[in-house]
Design a protein around this ligand. Structure first.
Ligand code: CP
Length: 311
């Protein structure tokens, strides 16, 4: 693997899932692969799971890890040809090439503005690192995608599925803040490549990018969509049509034990209790969110392993 910025960078999904599960059983099997290699992790935004699981994954492979909260460094300019006489101190052209001298792999977390759709969809931060860095790039959640999360989700469903083609429902939930569409986008793309029966349910007006949803079934009636579900993945996203807006906070979309039925409950975390999902779901045996978060390590580790092998 050359980079992992999108799901399509995975060449063989069933094989990478199988190999991640094997790594989970023997995490130190390749502890010399990353010897004298450094992962630099750049955070433009907060993180708990991505930061710790990716660091753990790199260390399991014997890598050194350096972490930079980019907001503590110089303010970066991403536009070409600008006169940098206001607030930007350093251009991505220099920054990416300098960091590449310290890193064998660069991982980047950079959320969307949720104000400028075209700018967000250009993935200007991630793609400028890809353009100017001279080492592989890993996406730790960008403006439109969270492929490490989606790989962990695919591993979790593969491990826990009790039938060949489980029914998986992605269900929108209310949230007081405007959140990105990235997790939902990548989950949908990943499920389209996995042997599952996928349904999306959300209120009208919360349609995601049609380029991503393609012909996946969308049902505006949550109760109907949830019928006979094996896995229910709950996630809020702000409106894609009315870009970045929170137009609906209908509490009736919160996931409850009654709605969940016998399904397993999934969420990428962090999650707001009794807003997105009620306590009785998260505190039940049906919740697999902690297992999901554990699988973030092995998703990151198999990705780093494949990149190291291709260096
Ligand atoms: N799920 C996820 O990416 O968690 P963090 O934002 O804490 O990294």
């Amino acid at each position: 693997m050359k980079n992992y910025t999108k799901i399509k960078d995975i060449s063989n999904l069933s094989e990478i899932i199988k190999d991640a599960i094997l790594l989970k059983m023997n995490p130190f099997e390749f502890e010399d692969l990353g010897k004298h290699k450094t992962l630099v992790m750049l955070f433009f935004n907060s993180s708990l799971r991505t930061r710790l699981s990716t660091e753990k994954a790199a260390k399991n492979l014997g890598m050194e890890v350096m972490i930079l909260n980019v907001n503590d460094a110089w303010n970066l300019e991403f536009e070409d040809g600008t006169i940098m006489n206001v607030d930007k101190s350093e251009h991505i052209k220099e920054a990416a090439r300098v960091i590449s001298q310290y890193a064998d792999i660069i991982a980047v977390r950079a959320f969307p503005t949720l104000q400028d759709k075209a700018k967000d969809e250009s993935e200007y931060i991630l793609n400028n690192f890809k353009k100017y860095a001279t080492v592989p790039i890993v996406n730790m959640e960008s403006a439109t995608a969270h492929p490490l999360q989606a790989l962990a989700d695919a591993i979790t469903i593969t491990e826990l599925a009790e039938k060949v083609k489980p029914k998986v429902v992605l269900s929108w939930a209310p949230h007081p803040k405007a959140l990105p569409q990235a997790v939902a986008n990548s989950f949908i793309e990943m499920m389209q490549d996995l042997e599952v029966d996928l349904t999306i349910t959300h209120p009208e007006g919360y349609e995601l990018n049609e380029i991503i949803t393609k012909d996946t079934s969308i049902n505006y009636n949550q109760d109907e969509a949830l019928k006979d579900a094996d896995f229910v993945y709950v996630k809020n996203w702000s409106s894609y049509k009315d870009y970045g807006k929170v137009n609906n906070q209908d509490k009736n979309w919160m996931m409850t034990k009654a709605k969940l039925g016998h399904a397993k409950f999934m969420h990428c975390l962090p999650v707001r209790r009794n807003v997105v999902v009620e306590d009785t779901v998260l505190d039940s045996q049906q919740s697999v969110v902690i297992k999901q978060a554990n699988n973030r390590t092995y998703a990151a580790q198999i990705v780093l392993k494949q990149i190291l092998e291709a260096l």
